[in-house]
Design a protein around this ligand. Structure first.
Ligand code: ATP
Ligand code: MG
Length: 373
């Protein structure tokens, strides 16, 4: 790879890029294509940015900040109205055509073999024929998503849902309207667009949307500028915050403490902004408390009865090669997991994966054996 020209395109000096190699910037030659990947954000270059061997760059997807209180946040950040889209709960991918092939990059800038297979199957080649430089940013969702398995979406296995577009070599996102236009033109699935609202009524409308989404097991919304002039913000339902907690408390020692704290704080702000009545507030307290204690208790009881704590997920691949490649991808990302032998089913091969949560297992065992905290 020509480091000098890569550095030029990134807008940094060749010496600087060279010094970052092996630390902030990692090189990868598997799976193809060969690339450099930014592990951390640095001087305006998002984490997850990738430079391919042919010199082309796909910039990382920018961070989306969170509104804690809807009304003041919307008034402060938007002026000409807002677009409200569903926030789908899966993993972020950027899909591009590189060296003649469609590839899907994860948020961190890894080529994910499984996401790539899904993208190849679902995104018509025409969009890349007409726009060779386009980068399709979307969420992979569904019950067979090994990163975030969710069965509340219509997908049987895993679906790609477009929410933004960008171009190779460009840092900027083109925004919701551009993304929905591309989705419509090429028949690509896209996130749901609830509509456009004026700033004064937006918070009230969004509250209703989010309450409805929450009751249906969905995550929340992303609020965007119709003209793409200011950055989007996200807001999630109480049910979704609590489901995250329920999942994380099952593996309580494998998550950072901020994961738990931030979700409890969200509930406090939401209860205040939505002026929970006595009954609603009690329901919120019960939901929040149960989402923490129930899984914790089950983990401890499972361990007492000698059951190993593990996360079980499944993937559905068309090609057996994809399953083998995905196993290698996990290994390279440092995920410890056991892959069961593939089982042939209609539509492909089903592979069960058991992720080991060592820290929670060890901690729980030591406590039930009488160790002090
Ligand atoms: P951050 O973007 O703040 O780093 P994160 O990695 O913690 O966030 P989330 O809390 O899930 O992730 O929120 C942002 C992510 O939401 C985006 O990166 C994207 O993958 C996902 N997403 C789902 N639906 C949408 C949508 N309609 N518009 C934009 N992003 C969406
Ligand atoms: Mg997410």
């Amino acid at each position: 790879m020509n480091l000098r020209s890569a550095a030029d395109r990134l807008g940094i000096s060749a010496g600087r890029l060279e010094r970052m190699l092996g630390r902030i910037v990692r090189s990868s030659d598997w799976p193809e294509p060969r690339l450099l990947r930014f592990d951390k954000a640095i001087s305006g270059i998002e984490a997850g940015t990738v430079v391919f061997e042919d010199g082309e760059i796909v910039y990382g997807y920018p961070k989306i900040r969170r509104a804690m209180m809807l009304d003041p946040a919307i008034r402060r950040h938007f002026s000409g109205g807002v677009l409200v889209e569903e926030k789908m709960n899966g993993h972020n991918v950027r899909v591009a055509r590189v060296g003649g092939k469609t590839i899907a990059l994860t948020r961190g800038g890894f080529v994910c073999p499984y996401s790539t297979e899904v993208a190849e199957g679902q995104i018509p080649a025409g969009v890349f024929d007409d726009h060779p430089a386009i980068v399709l940013c979307g969420e992979m969702v569904g019950p067979k998503n090994p990163y975030v398995p969710k069965d509340v979406y219509s997908a049987d296995s895993m679906d790609f849902c477009l929410f933004d577009v960008s171009r190779k070599g460009k840092r900027d996102m083109e925004g919701s309207k551009a993304a929905h236009a591309i989705a419509e033109e090429y028949g690509i699935k896209a996130v749901r667009l609830f509509g456009e609202f004026g700033v004064p009524e937006a918070a009230g409308e969004i509250r209703e949307i989010v309450e409805d989404l929450g009751s249906r097991g969905r995550e929340g919304v992303v609020i965007k500028d119709p003209e793409n002039l200011s950055s989007p913000m996200k807001y999630t339902s109480s049910e979704s915050n609590c489901r995250d907690l329920e999942f994380a408390f099952r593996y309580y020692n494998d998550y950072g403490q901020d994961f738990f704290f931030s979700r409890v704080v969200r509930e406090g702000f939401q209860a205040a902004e939505w002026s929970d009545g006595a009954a609603e507030f009690d329901a919120r307290c019960l939901r929040l408390g149960r989402s923490m204690l129930l899984p914790m208790r089950e983990t401890v009881e499972a361990k007492i009865s000698g059951v190993e704590i593990a996360q079980e997920v499944e993937i559905l691949v068309r090609d057996l090669r994809t399953a083998a490649d995905f196993e290698e991808h996990y290994r390279r990302m440092g995920v410890r997991a056991v892959f069961e032998p593939p089982r042939a089913v209609p539509g492909g091969h089903l592979v069960k994966i058991r992720r080991l949560v060592m820290s929670t297992n060890d901690k729980t065992r030591s406590v039930i054996e009488g160790q002090l905290w």
